[in-house]
Structures are given as C-alpha cells and as structure tokens.
Design a protein around this ligand. Structure first.
Ligand code: UDP
Length: 492
C-alpha cells in the first residue's frame, strides 16, 4: 500500500450478469491491493456467492465489503430470485422477461442514491447498463467511472459506428463496409452487428444505449479491463481521437493469485477442480482444446450435436463446457450427444456440464487452444494464458472482438460465423468446427500463432507488475481520484 496516498473508498456497481460481476469484483480487488477501500453493490442472490471471495480478500488485508440492495423482481412481475441474466438464458425466454429485467435494473437508482447519501464514497464505478448512475453520483458530488466490460477495440468500433453509421451506406445485410475512423481497415457486415445498430427502430434498448453513451461523456471517465500493449492503436484512438478519458487496468483476472480464488470465480464449479487438473496433468503440453461459450450463450441440441461431431472428427483431446443439465428440459437423457460419444471419447474428452473453473483450465500447460464465443472476459483470459483461439462470436460486441483476434493480433482462426444470433448462435457445420480446431491446434500456422499468443500472455503479466502499463495507469487513476477528492473537500 502506498502510504502517501490517503485512503480512498470506491463503490463498484456491476450489472447483474456473470460477465460483468466477475471482472468488477476482480477490479475491486486490484484497487484493494493498492490500499483503496472497496465496496461491491449487488442484490441478495448475487451477493451470496461473493461472500467467500470477499472473506478471502479480507484475510489478505484487503478492505472490501458488500452493500446489498433489494432487486425488485416482484414489482416488475419476474419470478422469485430472478436476479441475474443467467436466469433469462434458457432457449425460448421471452423478450418480455428480458424487458422486465432491465426495468427492474433501472429501479435500482433509488436504493443506489440512498447508499451514496449514507456512505459518501469518493468514487462510483458503475456498469454501462446503469446510465442514470452518473447523475445519481453527481447529486452527491461523487465522480462516476463507467465500466463497459469490453476492450478498446470494440469501444472504438462502437463509437465509430455510432458516429459515421456506415451500415446505412450498404444495400444488403451481407455487403461488407469499412468502419470509418477505426485504425486497421476493419470491415464488417450488417449481419454481424448487434440489434441496436442493425435495426432502424427505437426500442427500450436503443434508448438505454443512447443514454449510456451520453452518460459516459458526462462521467469522470472509463476503466477498461485491458492492457495497453494488446491494443495500443485502439487505446490511443479512444483517448486521443475519440477524446475519452480512459484507464487500462487489466487483465484483472490476474489479481487471483491462489488456487481457491481462481477456482471459485463467478460460481462454484460443477466439476471437482482437482479432478479436472488431474485429468489435464495426464496430457501432453499444448495438446488439449478448451471449448466454452461464456455464461449466457445456450445452444440448442442440434448445435451441440454438431459440435460433438466436429470435435470427434478433429481428433484432438478436449474439455467442453456445456450449459445443460444431465436431463434435457423435455426429460430426454442427453439428446444432444451422438450415440456412444462419451464412451468413444473416454480419456480423450471431458465434458463439464454447468460451470467450469475457466482460468484454472486455461492456464494449465496441457491446454493449447480455446474455442471461444469472444466474450471479452474469455478473450482476455485466453490472451493472458497465451492461447491461440477459434473464434465463434454469437452476439453483442463479440464479432468485433473476433476481428481483433483474427485480423489485428493474428492469434485467432474464425469458425466462419456470418451472423449474430442472440443466445443460440448461428448453426455451424461439423466440418467447419473440425477444420478450425485442427488449424489452431496442429495446422501449418499453429506454431507461429502459438508463439504470438504466448508473447502476448507474457506482456499481459508484465502489464500488471510494478511499472507495467496497467499498474501505472491504475496508480495514475488512484492519484487523480485522490486529488479530485482533496480539491472538492477544499471547495466545500
Ligand atoms: N466462466 C467461467 N466458467 C464457465 C463459464 C464462464 O469461469 O463455465 C467465466 C469466464 O472465465 C469469464 C466469464 O465467466 O470470466 C464470462 O464472461 P465473457 O465476457 O467471456 O462472456 P459472457 O458470459 O459475458 O457472454
């Protein structure tokens, strides 16, 4: 802890989804290691899995606690306990439920303001899905930082798309267009865009995203889970061309030093972590491909069946995470697995049904490739582990992240997805899966790609060490927040 910096107290308020809560808690821990007192604001059902993490941090001398606010699911007509996006991801979940969830999230403004009034923290780091948080914090003269949960490349892509609207200049959904203003001659198609950029209509979501962009411009700045060396041209563009104040503090997952912290990120794993590592210990270095599509995507049985066939045909050893219980909703046993698949794959493939200890797996030396849906946390965790990837974007900003992996960093091979399809993804044929997996694991360019990926993994680690780019940016941010607090105290 830097003794000359007076202790700050920062509130962190993540959106209620694992892809947002996990990196926010990691980020709070990182601030905590620099002597900042941190509080995580969340709802009861999201709080209980965090209490052990917080306890472990406290045991290490990190001052961290939870502030719990009620989630108004009853008021908006959601089922009891529906407090996390993962409760809304079963295939067939209605749009109405999702709208209700966001309506409930917007009702958190009042309890947030009460907390800010009572505790008067020095800063609020609030998720981009809470656009009203900037005004809420301003009422108490508290600076608000925005956390988007994505990297500089996709932040710049979104900003350039909003500014220039190149998607309106093409005559079909599949005609490529250049993203103006974005370094690197990046081309996209309308099909790859998230709904709110693709559709020409105003909805609750487009209004929320617009409000979020406006709130960002009024806020103290943006904290980004990334490191400068990974996407320097885009970090520069975001700050110097697009004029945003931003600090890169990642990869935040590296704050998890010990086994338990890594094993219990997000949720309790549905496999014994030691069993999983034992299985990996029996494998040769770089020989296992890890397949996981994050915490939201939920494939239909026909898509899962195709993945199984593609994996088998690739001939590679694998760990495959499937977000399905043993029994399918209609009661059929495993209708998504080909006949006799698990018997044939015994010793060769491990299926994890539910939640995997992802960072523990990724950093094991036996793992040599990652098939990912390109959620930013997964991408960055893969980069940090020094892994080449098969990119399989499904929705949101994931197609942008794919471009970064395949065209800018050249550590990714696309599985060939053409279109964003929320939750279930586009149907990808087994031959394409087989080809992309082989290319990343044993193809002619696999060695070169792995070398590039390993070099990036080393840079990621250096970034958060003393004098590293993220270490220094975090210091600069803490110093700026301290002096802004001190000067606002003087004017009071
Ligand atoms: N994750 C995990 N185990 C799983 C699935 C996901 O630990 O079985 C973690 C993963 O390490 C990452 C987060 O959940 O930190 C998912 O975030 P990401 O941005 O990759 O995707 P999202 O879930 O937001 O689509």
């Amino acid at each position: 802890m830097d003794s000359e910096i007076p202790q700050l107290h920062i509130f962190f308020f993540p959106f209620m989804a694992h892809g947002h809560i996990i990196p926010t808690v990691d980020m709070a821990k990182l601030f905590g290691t620099r002597g900042v007192k941190t509080s995580i604001i969340t709802t009861p059902a999201n709080a209980s899995p965090l209490s052990k993490t917080i306890q472990r941090s406290n045991n290490l001398g990190i001052e961290m606690d939870l502030k719990i606010i009620k989630f108004p699911y009853v008021e908006v007509g959601l089922p009891e306990g529906c407090e996390n996006v993962d409760a809304l991801t079963a295939p067939g979940t209605s749009m109405e439920m999702i709208i209700k969830f966001f309506k409930a999230a917007a009702m958190l403004q009042e309890p947030l303001e009460q907390l800010l009034k009572d505790c008067r923290p020095d800063c609020l780091v609030a998720d981009m899905f809470f656009p009203w948080a900037t005004d809420a914090a301003a009422k108490f003269r508290i600076p608000r930082l925005v956390f988007h949960g994505t990297g500089f490349f996709s932040l710049c892509t979104s900003a350039c798309m909003t500014m220039y609207e190149p998607q309106k200049q093409v005559s079909s959904d599949s005609e490529p267009f250049l993203v103006p203003g974005l370094p690197g001659d990046i081309k996209l198609t309308r099909k790859q865009l998230p709904d709110m950029m693709r559709l020409n209509e105003e909805t609750d979501f487009t209004r929320m995203f617009k409000a979020s962009k406006e709130a960002e411009l009024k806020s103290f700045g943006v904290v980004v889970n990334s490191f400068y060396e990974l996407e320097s041209a885009y970090a520069d563009c975001y700050r110097n061309v697009l004029g945003r104040r931003a600090w890169n503090v990642g990869p935040v997952s590296l704050c998890n030093g010990n086994f338990e912290d890594k094993a219990s990120r997000g949720k309790q794993a549905t496999i014994d972590e030691n069993e999983c590592l034992k299985w990996l210990n029996s494998k040769k270095p770089d020989s296992v491909v890890y397949i996981c599509f994050g915490s939201v995507a939920n494939f239909n049985s026909d898509r899962l069946m195709e993945i199984a066939m593609g994996l088998e045909a690739s001939g590679q050893d694998f760990i495959w995470v499937v977000r399905k219980d043993k029994k399918h909703e209609d009661g059929n046993e495993e209708d998504w697995l080909p006949e006799g698949f698990e018997k044939r794959m015994a010793g060769k493939g491990l299926i994890i049904r539910g939640w995997a200890p992802q960072v523990l797996i990724l950093e094991h030396k036996a793992v040599g490739g990652f098939v990912t849906h390109c959620g930013w946390n997964s991408v960055l965790e893969g980069v940090t582990a020094g892994l080449p990837m098969v990119t399989w974007p499904m929705s949101a900003e994931q197609p942008f992240n794919e471009k970064l992996m395949t065209e800018v960093l050249k550590i990714g091979v696309s599985v060939g997805v053409q279109e964003s399809v929320r939750l279930v993804g586009e149907f990808v044929k087994r031959e394409a899966i087989e080809k992309a997996v082989k290319e990343v694991m044993v193809g002619d360019n696999a060695g070169e790609m792995r070398c590039r990926a390993k070099a990036l993994g080393e840079m990621a680690r250096r970034a958060i060490e003393k004098e590293g780019s993220s270490y220094s940016d975090l210091n600069a941010l803490i110093e700026e927040l301290s002096s802004s607090r001190d000067s606002s105290k003087q004017t009071n």
